[in-house]
Design a protein around this ligand. Structure first.
Ligand code: SF4
Length: 409
């Protein structure tokens, strides 16, 4: 059987307790006969999040505090009791994402959560966490009146099948084994030494931590009954090539306007027109979280070859139909870009810009599409009929076709 750990050197500070916990997890897995490919490590942010490359298993790195939710998703998605999902996070991550732990425990989802508790946020310089004990905080003269969360008891009362706190490093592999053998949600809080921001020696740590304990709930894991839905791809229409394009390799187009101005749908129509012309196309939208106010910008890449990266660092064509849009894309415009601007936005910034009465002729909602039609007609890179074809199935196709006609005239 292959070793569970890679040969990589532990990335932690000298004397850090996290390495002992990592080795204990690996030892327990090996003793239970888990193969590397049967193990999925889900890590969090913080020093505990440095574990990914140490395990020669599947691994996935989560957001701070969210690793348990990610692990739940992996476990439910796998629905395979032969696989083992181990979520690893620190006491800081547990504090931040406490609800995720409680929900996983409440549902008794089949994952093992390892909490590396060193009583502080190590990666950010030793701030106390929600699991910092009273005694530890007392030493630091810090709000001792606020009790710490007891994550072991909280998980237990929430319904976890197995909840344990292990404080003696000799017991770590055995407690880990017990947790791994549980059918359902198991959590082990391991005490860990942070030599950089807490203690240099284990016995100093022992003086401030809570005692070991183990709780069990006789439960079987909850199975979530999932609705079988079709893939989102099944809902997409297949776009067949019907037109020719003069685009030789690729082109990037930015459409910039205001929220509610039809910018995103105009860009989508351009991307579809590209596909109808035998090109690969991507479209990426950007707008604020607010609705109906602020900028709306879309980037479209049309290419003869497959688009691996959808970011558009240097656009070739920039179409601007409102002040919001101009303010947003100003820094992106380079000297040799083709810049098409609505006449209401006359500016000295782009001496070679082409102006058109898009808003006046096609209205605020039709201006972006009208400007695109104008550009296509003059550049002849894509047949305007491809754009018309792209809008023909839209529920507002009549209005959109009018906007295209107005742009062309
Ligand atoms: S800061 Fe503390 S927890 Fe982080 S690696 Fe160093 S000793 Fe370990």
């Amino acid at each position: 059987m292959k070793k569970i750990l890679t040969k990589m050197k532990m990335p932690f500070c000298q004397g850090c307790g996290h390495g002992i916990i990592v080795r204990s997890i690996a030892k327990a897995l090996e003793q239970l006969g888990y193969e590397n490919k049967d193990t999925i490590i889900v890590s969090d942010i913080g020093c505990s999040g440095l574990v990914d490359p140490l395990f020669d298993t599947h691994s996935i790195h989560g957001l701070h505090g969210r690793a348990p939710a990610l692990g739940v998703g992996v476990s439910l998605g796998l629905d395979n009791p032969g696989k083992k999902v181990i979520v690893i996070q620190g006491d800081g991550g547990v504090t931040i994402g406490l609800q995720h732990v409680l929900e996983a425990a409440r549902r008794n989802i089949d994952i093992t959560l390892v909490v590396m508790n060193n009583l502080l946020y190590g990666m950010t310089g030793g701030q106390i966490s929600g699991l910092s004990t009273r005694k530890f905080k007392e030493q630091r003269d810090f709000e001792v009146d606020v009790p710490p969360f007891d994550i072991v008891k909280l998980a237990h009362v929430s319904g976890a099948a197995f909840s344990a706190r292990a404080t003696s490093i000799k017991t770590y592999p055995d407690v880990m084994k017990e947790a791994l053998e549980v059918n359902g949600f198991s959590i082990v809080e391991f005490s860990s030494l942070c030599t950089s921001y807490a203690f240099k020696k284990l016995d100093q740590l022992q003086e401030v931590i809570e005692p070991p304990e183990i709780f069990k709930n006789e439960r079987i894991p909850v199975r979530i009954h999932q609705r079988v839905t079709n893939s989102l791809f099944d809902k997409l229409d297949v776009v067949e090539k019907q037109f020719d394009s003069k685009i030789k390799s690729g082109i990037g187009v930015v459409v910039a306007g205001s929220a509610g101005g039809g910018v995103q749908s105009a860009a989508k129509m351009l991307a579809t027109a590209g596909m109808l012309s035998g090109l690969h196309a991507t479209m990426k939208g950007e707008y604020p979280v607010t609705v109906g106010t602020g900028f709306s910008v879309a980037e479209v890449i049309l290419s003869r070859s497959y688009v691996n990266y959808t970011g558009l660092e240097k656009p070739d064509v920039v179409i601007i139909v409102s002040e919001d849009g101009l303010n947003k894309v100003r820094g992106k415009i380079k000297d040799n870009d083709t810049v098409i601007i609505d006449s209401s936005l006359k500016t000295d910034e782009y001496p070679d810009a082409i102006y058109g009465d898009f808003v006046r002729n096609a209205g605020k909602r039709g201006a972006a599409l009208a400007a695109l039609a104008y550009w296509l007609k003059n550049s002849t890179l894509i047949d305007v009929d491809a754009l018309k074809k792209a809008v023909s199935t839209h529920k507002y196709s009549k209005v959109l076709l009018e906007a295209i006609d107005k742009g062309m005239s």
